[in-house]
Write a protein that binds this ligand. Sequence first.
Ligand SMILES: Nc1ncnc2c1ncn2[C@@H]1O[C@H](COP(=O)(O)OP(=O)(O)OP(=O)(O)O)[C@@H](O)[C@H]1O
Length: 441
Amino acid sequence: MPTTPIPFMPALPSRPAVQTLISFLEHEAHPMIVLDPDYNILAANIAYQRQFGHGDQAIVGHKCYRVSHHYDLPCDQAGEHCPMKRAQELRGPDRILHIHHTPRGPEHVAVELRPIFDAAGAITAYVERLEVVRSASAKPSGEGLVGRSAAFNQALAAMRRVAPSMLPVLLLGESGTGKELFARAVHENSEREAGPFVVVDCSGLTETLFESELFGHEKGAFTGAIARKAGLVETAQGGTLFLDEIGDVPLAMQVKLLRLIESGTYRRVGSVETQYANFRLVAATHKPLESMVEKGEFRQDLYYRINAFPIVLPPLRERSDDIPLLVNSILQRNSYAKRKLSVADSAMAMLQRGSWHGNVRELRNVLERASLFADDGVIRVEHLPALGVARTASSRISVQAAGTTLAELHASFQGTRKELAATLGLSERTLYRKLKELGLD
Ligand SMILES: Nc1ncnc2c1ncn2[C@@H]1O[C@H](COP(=O)(O)OP(=O)(O)OP(=O)(O)O)[C@@H](O)[C@H]1O
C-alpha cells in the first residue's frame, strides 16, 4: 500500500478539523476528495488519485467542476444539479449521479457530498465520496446498457437507489426500452448478485402452463408429468425472479402470484406440501396497469404489491441525444463486430430525428439492414430509406396496435414471424402477443 501523503493546498493550512479529516480519508478504500465551500479541491485520497488522477495534472487546488466536468462554471450554473449547493441548503448529505470526465473517458459516477461543520455550525468543508457506476456506460460499449441523457440517467439513478434493498421493482416502458437489461442491473447491484437471475416470460403462457412453469410439478401431476420438475420460483432461490410482461398474467393466476408474493410460500402442482420461496421480485410491463386495474383486468391488490418502486424507462424518442452513443455501441456488437462500420453525419442526424416506436430494438434492426448496403463501411442517408418504410409501418402498428393493419400485414408478409417482428421493430414475443390479441396466433 503506497503511503504517499495526501497533497493539500498550502494556502489553506489553518483548519485543524479539515487537516484531521484529510488524514482520516487517506485510509478510506473509496475515492474521496475534500472541498472548500468555494468548490476548491483541498485534498484527494490515494483511492481517488488511483481511479481519477490524471497523471501529472494536479487536482488539488482546482475547482471540482473543472476537474470532473471541464466546466468553467459550477454545475448548477451550467444547467446541472450541483450537490454542493443542495448539501448547503439541506445542511446534510446529498447524492447524485453525474457523468464525469475520467482518465478512461466519460463515466457514470455516483457522488455523495457531506458538509463538515465548525463549532459555530458554519460549513467549513465538504467531503465528496465517489463511486464509478458499472451498470451502464456513458461511452460506446460492446455490451450492456448505454446512455447518458438526463432521462436515461434518472432511470439509472432510481435503479441504483432501489437495487440494494429487497423492495419489489416495477419497470415500466415500451417494448425495446431495455427492461430486461435494467432488471439484470437491479440483480447485479443487489446483495443477491451471486445468486440466480431467472426470467419468466408471462406473455403467451396459458393458466396451467404458467402455474407448472412457476411452481413446478410432482411426478404424475398431469398427463406428461413423467418426473418431478422444479419451477422457476425454486430455481430463483437466493436470487432474483424477473416477471416480464406481468400485465399478461391471466386473472386466475394473479391470485396465486399474489399469494406467493405475500406469504412467500407456494405449492408444486400436484403437491400439498408448502414450499418456501426466497427471491427478490422485479416485474416489467409495457401495459397501462393502472387503467387495467380500473377496468378489472388486473388485480388491485397485486398491483399495489408489485408497484412498490416503479421505474419508468424512457422511450428512445425522449432521449434522442443518446442515439449517436447507442448507434456506435450497436455497431460494435454482434455481427457488426466483424466489420468496421461508421455512420455519416447526415445519416446520424436522420437517425436522431426518428420517432422509434420500436425503441432500441428497432434502431438495432435498422442499422443491421443499412449495414448491408454500406459497401465501403459508411452508413449514409441513402442506406436508410428502407428505414422510412419499416418505421412508418411499425409506428402505426406498435403504437395503436391497429388490428386491421397488423392483420393485413400478417396476411401479406412473405417471410417468417421472426422476420416480420424484425421488420416491425418488435420482439418476437411482442408480435406473438399482438397476433394472439387479434386471434391470429
Ligand atoms: N440502454 C440500452 N443500451 C444498450 N442496449 C439497449 C438499451 N436498451 C435496450 N437495448 C437493446 O435493445 C434490445 C431490447 O432490449 P430489451 O429486451 O431489454 O427491451 P425490453 O424493454 O425488455 O423489450 P420487450 O418488452 O420487447 O421484451 C436489446 O437488444 C437490448 O440489448
